[in-house]
Design a protein around this ligand. Structure first.
Ligand code: WQD
Length: 338
């Protein structure tokens, strides 16, 4: 089976490419490299011994996408491509809506044209918004997102639901990711943020490697056990495995199904810092700063549905996540840049 990964050179896409290849799938990657590097393709080949087919195209370029579908016999699509920086989305909402919605709509149109009906979407726990109690379950109504990035995920879920009503052949799996961290254990692929990292784990790794003097913890006065925010962190290779299971599911079912992809266990920012220090015997200097706008005190997944219906659950520990993040950072202090 041939699987198209849009955004397949990104953090989650590249790890999913590896797991798919190792499960025997043929992988075709479409990526415009706007936030990633072509050398990811070499790294995937180094890990798996198989080079994925690569198209350097923008998924919103309909003619280019039609050409890809004409040349390749695609059986299913996993759609990762999209802008994903929360803060930037507040500054550039129109770019976020244009890019994230356009790519999805173009992809769906071209899939319909070429009779491809299996679609796995890279959604986010952010669609639960601020109204829902935790742990989040898939049966909850979606909430209000605190930023345009989150709204694009929520809107795309809506679009996919409507498309599946109109086209009864369509099979859509929405994976709502919690907080993916870690890296492939080879240290060959990992998260490579441009500039100052927005997310916690890349920031911690850059502090540990000496690129930044200290971490600022965004608030320690939340109503949580240690006062810092709690999240459901999961290993990116576990997350990648969830996509393999989601594809199997999509090939056997029609309509839309939603799955939380998390561990079901929250950790606080301080717990993550201390776990990183302990797992890697390295210091992570930090200070307590002000709260960050839009942060929720805590949330985590009810991960039961993925377990019972997909046969997926996270296997890797927090120690694994910290060790693999650090291994990637140490081996690639400048990410994919030489
Ligand atoms: C985790 C915790 C911060 C950095 C966001 C998006 C979500 C998804 C993943 C992806 C929070 C704290 C962080 C720092 C800190 N999007 N923190 N100092 O906010 O849960 O989720 O990224 O594409 O949709 O909302 O993840 O890693 O940014 O933060 O104290 O320098 O770490 O306050 O509690 P978040 P995060």
């Amino acid at each position: 089976m041939s699987i198209l990964l849009t955004g397949g050179t990104g953090f989650i896409g590249s790890h999913t490419a590896v797991e798919l290849i190792e499960s025997g799938y043929d992988v075709i990657i479409a990526d415009n490299l706007s936030n990633s590097s072509a050398s990811v393709i070499d790294r995937i080949e180094q890990i798996t011994g198989i080079r994925p087919v690569f198209y350097k195209i923008d998924v919103s370029d309909k003619a280019a996408l039609q050409n890809l579908f004409a040349e390749q016999d695609i059986d299913a699509v996993i759609h990762f491509a999209g802008f994903k920086a929360v803060g930037e989305s507040v500054e550039k909402p129109l770019e976020y809506y244009r890019n994230n919605l356009d790519t999805t709509l173009t992809l769906l149109e071209v899939m319909e044209q070429f009779d491809v009906h299996q679609f796995v979407f890279s959604s986010s726990a952010t669609v639960y918004g601020s109204e829902n109690p935790y742990p989040y379950t898939e049966t909850m109504k979606k909430g209000s997102c605190s930023n345009p990035y989150g709204w694009t995920k929520s809107m795309i879920e809506q679009i996919l639901g409507d498309a599946a009503v109109a086209n009864s052949n369509l099979s859509v799996v929405l994976l709502r990711y919690f907080n993916p961290i870690g890296a492939h254990e080879s240290g060959l692929i990992g998260e490579d943020p441009q500039g100052i990292p927005n997310n916690l784990m890349p920031f911690i790794s850059q502090v540990a490697v000496g690129k930044r003097p200290k971490l600022t913890i965004f608030g320690d006065d939340y109503d949580t056990p240690d006062g810092t925010c709690r999240r459901d962190y999961l290993h990116v290779v576990d997350l990648a495995d969830a996509h393999v299971k989601a594809l199997e599911y999509a090939s056997e079912h029609k309509g839309v199904e939603i799955f939380n992809i998390g561990t079901g266990t929250p950790y606080s920012v301080l717990e993550i810092v201390h776990a990183f220090e302990k797992s890697n015997s390295v210091a992570v200097p930090y200070e307590i700063g002000a709260r960050r706008d839009g942060d929720l005190p805590e949330f985590w997944a009810d991960a039961e549905k993925a377990k019972t219906m997909l046969g997926w659950e996270a296997k890797r520990s927090l120690e694994d996540m910290c060790r693999d993040s650090w291994n990637w950072q140490k081996k690639n202090p400048n990410g994919y840049r030489e």
